[in-house]
Design a protein around this ligand. Structure first.
Ligand code: FES
Length: 155
């Protein structure tokens, strides 16, 4: 995995899960209020998932009117994508808070606001999650920009 490139605009998303890796991640696969889907970018040339820790994404569908402008500008029909690496100690952020608008890291309980570009609501994390802009192309979630901040724990 060393040397795997970063997500680029135009990369489609696919599932992290082995049994669905390679299949396009579509808007229709995501339900408002469901647990985040863990995803990777796909290289459009090779068609292969760009698998690395740094490329793991946590993707969640939120009611569009719940998003603040900070998240709405990077969302596609309410779907938001963040670096899955918790900024506390690097665990994957895999859970949805009962609020349905916040993401939870199960390692030590950090909570991030998916509606406000990953801002920390509860520590121990002190830095927000990096957001990755999305767009829809033929119903498939596609990357539309670059991470808007540093990923993973501060070094
Ligand atoms: Fe996420 Fe500690 S690694 S809260």
């Amino acid at each position: 995995q060393a040397g795997t490139r970063k997500p680029e605009p135009g990369d489609r998303l696919t599932f992290q899960a082995d049994d669905r890796q390679g299949q396009p991640l579509k808007l229709a696969d995501l339900v408002v209020g469901a647990a985040p889907t863990m995803a990777y970018p796909v290289d459009p040339t090779s068609g292969k998932a760009l698998v690395s820790r740094a490329n793991l994404l946590t993707v969640t569908r939120i009611a569009p009117d719940a998003l603040k402008p900070t998240s709405a500008k990077n969302a596609a029909d309410g779907v938001v994508a963040f670096s899955a690496l918790c900024t506390h100690a690097g665990c994957p952020v895999t859970s949805l808070h009962p609020s349905k608008t916040q993401l939870v890291c199960n390692c030590h309980g950090s909570v991030f606001d998916a509606c406000d570009r990953g801002t920390v609501i509860n520590g121990p994390a002190t830095r927000r999650l990096a957001m990755l802009p999305l767009a829809l192309k033929d119903g498939v979630l596609t990357i539309a920009g670059r991470f808007d901040g540093p990923i993973g724990p501060p070094t």
